[in-house]
Design a protein around this ligand. Structure first.
Ligand SMILES: [Zn+2]
Ligand SMILES: [Zn+2]
Ligand SMILES: [Zn+2]
Length: 259
């Protein structure tokens, strides 16, 4: 994915985001191409057109060699600042964001789950997001013989990480913020149709207040969000097509398959 406002030249501006990281066009073409001597202008395409054409049409503008902007700066800090997203991965707005040291995601401290306290952040301390914690821990944390039914009966404290991960996935997938806030406030006639309203912010609140005992309680509330949506809209919202990372994680995959 090429981001126009991060583009400065082949060597400056980490303007291309892959799932793993942000790269300059030269880095991208060097890593991704099997060609002997790849050219970023001709070999990287955007919407079927080589970048050289976008530059010719002034859709992409090459910064001058003397440019003093942050993208063109060669200091380690300015280059490091380009390693993460400019928007919060959860709410998609900007502001003061914390950056994961293992992936390109950024978050507001209150948007990430669990919420991040200032005490957990220090200049020297690495900080790793829930997506990366789950990815690195799933190999050893859960024996694969645990079935979905068994997982449901577990104490929520044993699966807190997965629950937080699922919620983050749902926030990120809900691009139109349909299931985030209390629908009774903004949607006309909602409470007359839906007797048991529930929304993502409320599930987070209940999780933080330890109101769920087993995974089953939590899963029921998450599923109720979708059932309510379907009932109110009379159509199914296909959130189950959510592009869930780490799809091998059986526990979450099966929750999503139920939606
Ligand atoms: Zn510049
Ligand atoms: Zn946010
Ligand atoms: Zn991460």
């Amino acid at each position: 994915m090429l981001h126009k406002d991060r583009f400065a030249s082949g060597l400056c501006g980490k303007s291309i985001r892959t799932d793993q990281r942000w790269m300059t066009p030269v880095e991208f073409v060097t890593v991704g191409s099997a060609l002997e001597d790849p050219s970023w202008e001709n070999d990287i395409q955007w919407d079927g057109k080589p970048l050289s054409l976008l530059i010719e049409r002034k859709i992409l503008v090459i910064h001058s060699l003397l440019c003093k902007c942050n993208l063109c700066s060669s200091t380690a800090k300015d280059r490091h600042d380009q390693d993460n997203d400019d928007d919060c991965f959860i709410c998609r707005s900007q502001g003061s964001l914390i950056c994961c040291d293992e992936c390109p995601r950024s978050f507001h401290q209150r948007c990430h789950l669990p919420n991040v306290d200032d005490a957990m952040l220090g200049d020297k301390l690495p900080w790793v997001c829930t997506f990366c914690v789950l990815r690195t821990s799933q190999l050893w944390r859960y024996p694969s013989q645990q079935t979905y039914q068994e997982a449901l009966t577990c104490q929520i404290s044993d699966h807190l990480l997965e629950c937080q991960y699922l919620l983050l996935c749902l926030y990120n997938a809900d691009k139109d913020h349909i299931i985030v806030a209390d629908p009774c406030i903004n949607v006309r006639n909602y409470s007359s149709v839906i007797k048991t309203p529930i929304w993502l912010d409320r599930v987070v609140e209940k999780l933080q207040q330890n109101l769920y005992q087993t995974v089953q309680h939590f899963v029921s509330d998450v599923l109720l969000i979708f059932t309510n949506c379907a009932t109110f809209n009379r159509v199914r919202l296909y959130y189950c097509s959510i592009q869930c990372e780490d799809s091998g994680q059986h526990f979450l995959k099966q929750i999503l398959e139920l939606c």
